[in-house]
Design a protein around this ligand. Sequence first.
Ligand SMILES: Cc1ncc(COP(=O)(O)O)c(C=O)c1O
Length: 380
Amino acid sequence: MKVSRRGAISPFYVMEVMKAAAAREASGQDIVHLEVGQPSTGAPGAVREAAAHAIGIDHLGYTDSCGIPELRTAIARHYRDYYGVRIPAERIVVTTGSSGAFLLSFLACMDAGDRIAIAEPGYPAYRNILASLDIEAVGVPTGEETAFQPTPELLEKVEGPLAALLVATPANPTGTMIDTEAMRDLISYCDGRNMRLIVDEIYHGITYNGPAVTAASLSDRVIVINSFSKYFCMTGWRLGWMVVPEDLHNSIECLAQNHFISAPTHSQLGAIAAFDCIDELEENVERYRKNREILLRELPKAGLDRMAPADGAFYIYADVSRLTNDSIEFCKRMLAETGIAATPGTDFDPVRGHQHVRFSFAGMPEEMEEAARRLKEWLA
Ligand SMILES: Cc1ncc(COP(=O)(O)O)c(C=O)c1O
């Protein structure tokens, strides 16, 4: 029987690494986890309490497809309080993680056969979701010169028509950010060519050299995507949101109704409290900052001195070309010989990723110290 061509998308290699690390752990090896792309702490206390309370008293039926009004209002208030920008709650659509938001935005603004530019390296699911929708992801190779972000100059080199551009700030795996001026340039580039601009802001809040600028403060034509997964430490709650341009609202609502009906109700009821937990969440960011400092200080001592700036998120994307031309084999060997689990760059960049490794520093400072110690010994 038929198996579809569009279902034949690439796996997430990081999942393979996690499986291999878990198997070694089960057989007694002491593993340092630098592969996982999620906070090592759970949701804030008030969120858990609110969700538990809701489970006790609410019948947890479907909600409005765009999200419960209180949550949409709380998110709109967050834009006002955190960024100083007024976004009407009607423009906020609550989604099943940012992953759900990507699906909705891709479906709403592109047809099969359309082409969208994405940065290489970048988050692998973009490419894979797009492939499953028969939308062509056009990789824009980026490097240190542009902080691993697309620029109008790089986009000019792309041959053929583009319907859209997708960027992430801070980005995964590099942690690099797009500042106000660069974002303005991208907005006017896209406006000038009738291209949609989709901005993944899922790592907002986790920044080390000043806050990130939201594209929603610069244009109401941009599709902004965010999530409760990272800053709010709610990966498993499967909750995200998007700020949608007016002309897409109707189709995004209909797509959300049909694809998801609504995002998880208990998660939505819990998430309303998330914006009152900033002090608790900032403690996590302080821990990531400490972890980042440890790795930025120690990795060069192990010979890993070429890495992306890591201005935000919790990843270090290190160039390992002096050590290997095969980051998959390198990561396997590193796991077997040192017990350090990290992700090969091939997940993020099919072309140059075999010379890169992503280290996640979402864990604890002791783990970073231990990883650095093992790496220095291994690579001595
Ligand atoms: C850049 C980026 N965008 C989106 C996601 C998806 O997150 P979620 O669906 O949990 O919101 C991730 C997850 O790691 C990510 O790194």
